[in-house]
Structure formats: structure tokens, C-alpha cells
Design a protein around this ligand. Structure first.
Ligand SMILES: Cc1ncc(COP(=O)(O)O)c(C=O)c1O
Length: 359
């Protein structure tokens, strides 16, 4: 056998690995998974039926152009077909955006801490991450992000609401920021949790993109629509960007099951958004209970809460796991806990209360 091994791109050295939320432990007395910001509700019967019907022809390739889904999205959001692009989850679309805009020597700006895929997909593209710390209130520091723009900047992520803190940026500050970004730098408004927002001051990215050719909106079917396992997300952007996304897409990346389920979900939107409403009510209940116990909880507009625990992070995660709730720790920083079924939320709140008393 040769001593040599295939030469790999140096940019891959040290790429952080994406840590998926831990699954709930098997065989325990109770086991709830609040570690991946998933939708706790099972698929709607009508959506499931349509996906199952599509499964009957999975010997065939899917419709590469996602025609049915694209038409549905175009009607639903009032955007031309040429401004739409789909991908394998919004993280897939985010990766396509990087492939389309950035490479070695270029810079990508995003807040930190934010969605953990940003550093990974940036490094894989060969570009350099420029991480701008969140403010003391766990919010994007848009002034500092604008100050960080250089001639090398190609793309900026604004995660609104931010994962993992749940915090948002408001219309006036976002517009002021966008006005400062040069037209040849792409701003990606990652709105994976858009449907959970109840703060009227948070702008809908789709309104902002309309007269701003350098703004791209990322959305997903994984969260509010409950299709995380099927991998389908989409971008809304002006034509050159959307066209570049179609060029960088993995051919046939979005399965027919995913396409059909996404169409069925858009047609069952009232019911799905009703479920989102229940989760939002649960969110308020969890936040109020935690604050009542004495925790500092940043205002969240997503389907999760953030507790900055610092050095106590892993102990807290272990206590939750022991109680039967799996959450997402970021060692040395804090924990992100998804809003799930009522019993899971109760168990988490109860564990948090005990932890606070004992620490
Ligand atoms: C901010 C943000 N963007 C994008 C995604 C990716 O979601 P998906 O690829 O399932 O659409 C996530 C998932 O957790 C997220 O938190």
C-alpha cells in the first residue's frame, strides 16, 4: 500500500464539527429531547399522507426544479419564481450562498455566539470568519458588525432571532445597518425561526429584501412546519443571487418526499401556525417561571430559551439529563433549551429551580 494519502484542502484543517443535539436517552423513565429546536408535534395527517404517497415512487429522481413547491412559495410570499431557490434545509442553502460568494482571502461576518454552522461552512468555503461578539444583552451588535466590513467582506449573516440566544434585532436598527453595507456585500437574513416572532418591531426580511438587491432571506420548513427530518429550506433573493444558488445546488438535493410535504404544509398553514401559537404560549410560561425562580433569561422570540451559566453549564446539562431532559450545552457559556411538549417544559423548569437552589 502506498505511504501517501490523498491531498486534502488545507482549509479543512481544524474545521469545527457540527454537534447535533443529543438524542433523548433510551430506556430511561422519561426522556425528552429539547436539544435541537425541533417541533415536538408529530407530522399532520394530511402532510404525512402526501409524503407517504410520494415515497411510493422513490425509485425515481425528484423534480430537480422543485416546480410545485416553487410555485406555491411564489404565491405564498408574493415573490417572482426567479427570486426563489430551494436546498437541503436552510443550512444547505447557506452553504450554497457561501460557495456562490466567498473563497480564500474573503471574509464572512457574523455575530458570535450564533448558529454553529456559520463557522463551519465559512471555513469549508476557504473564507475567513470575522466573529463580532453579541452585546451584553445577547443581541447582535450591528454597529460593530458594520464597522467590521472591509474590502474583503463578501457575506454577512444576521440571524434573527439569533440561535442560541433567541434575541432579535428591530426594524430601525436593521435598516440603519443595511444602509451602511456596501451594495456588493451580500447580507443574509437567517429567519429560521421567523414564525415564532411576536414582537411587532421585528421586520419581516421579505419586506426588506424587496428594494435591496444585496439582501437574501433564508427560511426553513424544519421548525414551525415540523419537517426537520425531510431537509428542505429556501432562499428569497434578487435574480443574480437566486440564480447563483441554483448553480451551486446539489442536483436533486431536495427529495420528492420533502417537496410534497412542504407543499402540503403550506396548504395546512393555519393548523401548523396554530401549533406555533401553542409553543409561543409555552415559551411565555417557561420564561416567566424561570424568571420567577430568579434566572436571568434574555427576551426570546424563537422556540428556545438561553441561560448563560458560564462555568456551571455542563453541571446544569448533566442535572437536566439526569432528570430526563436532554438540552444543548455550549461549554463555558450557557445552555439552549428548546420549547417542547408541556411535560418536558415542566420537567426542565422544575430541574432549573432545583439547580438554582442547590448551587
Ligand atoms: C439559525 C438557523 N439557521 C438555519 C438552521 C438550519 O435549519 P435547516 O437546515 O434544518 O433548515 C438552523 C437550525 O437549527 C438555525 O438555527
Amino acid at each position: 500500500m502506498s505511504e501517501k494519502s490523498p491531498r486534502l484542502r488545507a482549509e479543512l484543517d481544524g474545521v469545527p464539527t457540527y454537534k447535533p443535539g443529543k438524542p433523548a436517552a433510551e430506556g430511561g423513565p422519561v426522556a425528552y429531547k429539547l436539544s435541537s429546536n425541533e417541533n415536538p408535534y408529530p407530522p399532520l395527517p394530511g402532510v404525512l399522507e402526501r409524503a407517504v404517497a410520494a415515497a411510493g415512487s422513490f425509485n425515481r429522481y425528484p423534480d430537480m426544479a422543485c416546480t410545485g413547491l416553487m410555485n406555491e412559495l411564489s404565491d405564498r410570499f408574493g415573490v417572482p419564481l426567479s427570486h426563489l431557490a430551494t436546498g437541503t434545509g436552510s443550512v444547505g442553502v447557506a452553504q450554497q450562498l457561501l460557495q456562490a460568494t466567498a473563497g480564500v482571502g474573503d471574509e464572512v461576518i457574523y455575530a458570535w455566539r450564533s448558529f454553529e454552522a456559520y463557522p463551519i461552512i465559512t471555513q469549508v468555503s476557504g473564507a475567513t470568519s470575522v466573529q463580532v461578539p453579541l452585546t451584553g444583552d445577547e443581541v447582535h451588535d450591528l454597529d460593530a458588525m458594520a464597522d467590521a466590513i472591509t474590502e474583503r467582506t463578501r457575506l454577512i449573516f444576521v440571524c434573527n432571532p439569533n440561535n442560541p440566544t433567541g434575541t432579535v434585532v428591530h426594524r430601525a436598527e436593521l435598516e440603519r445597518f443595511l444602509d451602511r453595507v456596501p451594495g456588493d456585500v451580500l447580507v443574509v437574513l437567517d429567519e429560521a425561526y421567523r414564525e415564532f416572532i411576536r414582537d411587532a418591531e421585528v421586520p419581516d426580511g421579505i419586506e426588506l429584501y424587496r428594494d435591496r438587491p444585496n439582501v437574501c432571506v433564508l427560511r426553513t420548513f424544519s421548525k414551525a412546519y415540523g419537517l426537520a427530518g425531510l431537509r428542505v429550506g429556501f432562499a428569497i433573493a434578487h435574480e443574480p443571487v437566486a440564480a447563483a444558488l441554483r448553480k451551486t445546488a446539489v442536483p436533486f438535493g431536495v427529495s420528492q418526499l420533502a417537496q410534497e410535504a412542504a407543499v402540503a404544509s403550506l396548504r395546512s398553514e393555519d393548523e401548523l401556525l396554530g401549533r406555533v401559537g401553542s409553543l409561543v404560549a409555552e415559551r411565555a410560561r417557561v420564561v416567566d417561571s424561570l424568571r420567577g425562580q430568579g434566572w436571568t433569561v434574555p427576551e426570546t422570540q424563537a422556540n428556545f430559551v438561553w441561560l448563560r451559566l458560564g462555568e456551571r453549564t455542563l453541571d446544569f446539562a448533566a442535572a437536566c439529563e439526569q432528570a430526563g431532559v436532554v438540552i444543548r450545552p455550549f461549554a463555558g457559556e450557557g445552555v439552549r433549551v428548546s420549547i417542547g411538549e408541556t411535560e418536558a417544559n415542566d420537567l426542565f423548569v422544575q430541574t432549573a429551580g432545583t439547580f438554582l437552589k442547590e448551587s
